[in-house]
Ligand binder design. Structure first.
Ligand code: GAP
Length: 441
């Protein structure tokens, strides 16, 4: 793969996609901030996902639940007891590792004979200790046992505990889905690979409530739909996408079957999204812990049961990283870096360039900008040569350049330049929007 993660990190900083958090204080580990282009791209990706779920499917609705919830929810979900990573320390150099970085079957490792990957000392690694990944906080002014709360480690539980309210208020019949986008927090032991594994991130999760017995078929349907989303909607090259099934030892405490969609990142194949058959695990546990009946009543068939849940759980930040990695193109022939971001999600759709700063060209360019900016995100640039302006926007992933020249003043035509192949078309001003939107379909 021609692009390394270092090149991407550098481009992200240079062009305002992603910044290290708290940089002026030396940074804050495993947290990132999204700059002007990054936030546009992130919003465009999440809007596309939201539309795919809640607009394209009549039986999927959205919610937005709190980050802080009743602490008992996390006992019921199993996160208090089982959301742990095995942690290993080196007593020589104080490096810290997740035991499963050494081997998925780490319980078979003899740690006293294992070398520390950092300092190379043998015999100084500790036995694995379980470390809970949830961030704790206190609600109210006094820190006491009763005020303990957790920052949610997944958005899914906010859907489960609201499922009856959503179903009743929208008169939904099984099968139906509930979608949510929001922040999640995990106190990751090892956070690396840029925005791939961070302590604060965004999830886009959809929980599909199905009749027990139909769950395996529904899982297959959702696997298929979700895989297609990456190529058909985000424009990611299929050859860099694959499925990986979780083996017995890898399954999360709630899952009967689980599949990851993986992307071939510069640092290797890694998970972007998980598709899980969570059975009735979560609803059973919430019934137990809340004492409330969470059965679905099927009045048509005179039936009553706890639905099974098929979950599609994607990380927005990882999806964005996959989009960036997929887009990065070192066009050596033309000595330029091009971010070939699908026009549908590109942060800026077009740059508007008056050829010169005089003769009324900037004024005409502003007129064009005014006509377009209510429909699509455009920017104005009159600094430097036209070639430099185009190349600046190639790096930002802007798919179109619009140049206003003297001919524009005479006949109302402009040059529309295409980022990827540098083709230039002469079209009239009133055709610009359609020409761009045709490429965003
Ligand atoms: N509700 C199920 C669930 O949370 P998961 O496999 O733990 O499942 C789902 O997480 C997705 O959330 C992952 O595929 C990944 O994209 C994203 N994710 C998980 N931990 C992350 C982290 N520390 N940093 C960034 N994204 C993360």
């Amino acid at each position: 793969m021609e692009n390394s993660i270092e090149k991407l990190v550098s481009l992200c900083k240079r062009r305002g996609f992603v910044f290290q958090s708290s940089e002026i204080y030396g940074g804050f580990s495993a947290i990132y901030d999204y700059g002007p282009l990054g936030v546009e791209l992130k919003n465009n990706i999440s809007k596309l996902w939201w539309k795919e779920m809640t607009q394209v499917n009549q039986n999927i609705v959205g919610i937005d639940s709190g980050i802080l919830m009743h602490p008992k929810i996390w006992e019921a979900s199993g996160h208090v007891g089982a959301f742990n990573d095995p942690l290993v320390d080196c007593k020589q150099c104080n490096s810290r590792y997740r035991a499963d970085e050494f081997s998925q079957q780490f319980s078979a490792i003899n740690w006293s004979e294992t070398k520390c990957p950092n300092c190379g000392t043998t015999g100084m690694l500790t036995e694995p200790r379980q470390f809970n990944l949830m961030f704790k906080t206190n609600v109210g002014p006094i820190e006491e046992a009763g005020s303990l709360a957790f920052l949610r480690p997944e958005t899914a539980q906010g859907i489960y505990v609201n499922y009856k309210l959503v179903q009743g208020s929208m008169r939904l019949k099984i099968p139906f889905g509930i979608a949510q986008i929001g922040k999640a927090f995990r106190n990751e032991i090892i956070a690396r690979n840029f925005i791939f594994r961070t302590r604060e991130f965004e999830q886009m999760e959809m929980q599909y409530f199905v009749k027990p017995g139909t769950d395996e078929e529904e899982l297959e349907t959702w696997k298929d739909k979700r895989f297609k989303f990456y190529s058909d909607q985000l424009g990611i090259n299929n050859k860099n996408l694959r499925f990986k099934q979780h083996g017995d030892g890898e399954l999360a405490h709630y899952a009967k079957e689980a599949w990851d969609i993986e992307y071939n990142f510069p640092f290797g194949w890694s998970e972007i999204e998980g598709i899980h058959n969570r059975t009735d695990y979560d609803l059973t546990r919430h019934e137990e812990f809340s004492g409330k009946n969470l059965s679905f009543v099927d009045q048509v068939n005179n039936d009553k049961y706890l639905p099974y849940i098929i979950e599609t759980s994607a990380g927005l930040n990882r999806m964005l990283l996959a989009v960036l990695a997929n887009a990065y193109w070192d066009d050596k022939e033309n000595n330029r870096i091009v971010m070939k971001i699908n026009p549908k999600i590109a942060p800026i759709k077009a740059v508007i360039c008056p050829l010169t700063k005089k003769d009324g060209l900037p004024e005409k360019a502003k007129e064009v900008m005014d006509a377009l900016q209510r429909n699509i995100k455009v920017i104005f640039d009159q600094q430097g040569s036209i070639g430099k302006r185009y190349y600046r926007q190639d790096e930002a992933g802007t798919p179109f350049g619009i140049t206003i020249d003297h001919r524009t003043l005479d006949d109302g035509t402009i040059t529309l330049r295409h980022r990827d192949n540098q083709r230039q078309d002469r079209i009239s001003i009133d055709q610009i929007l359609k020409a761009i939107q045709d490429n965003m379909a």
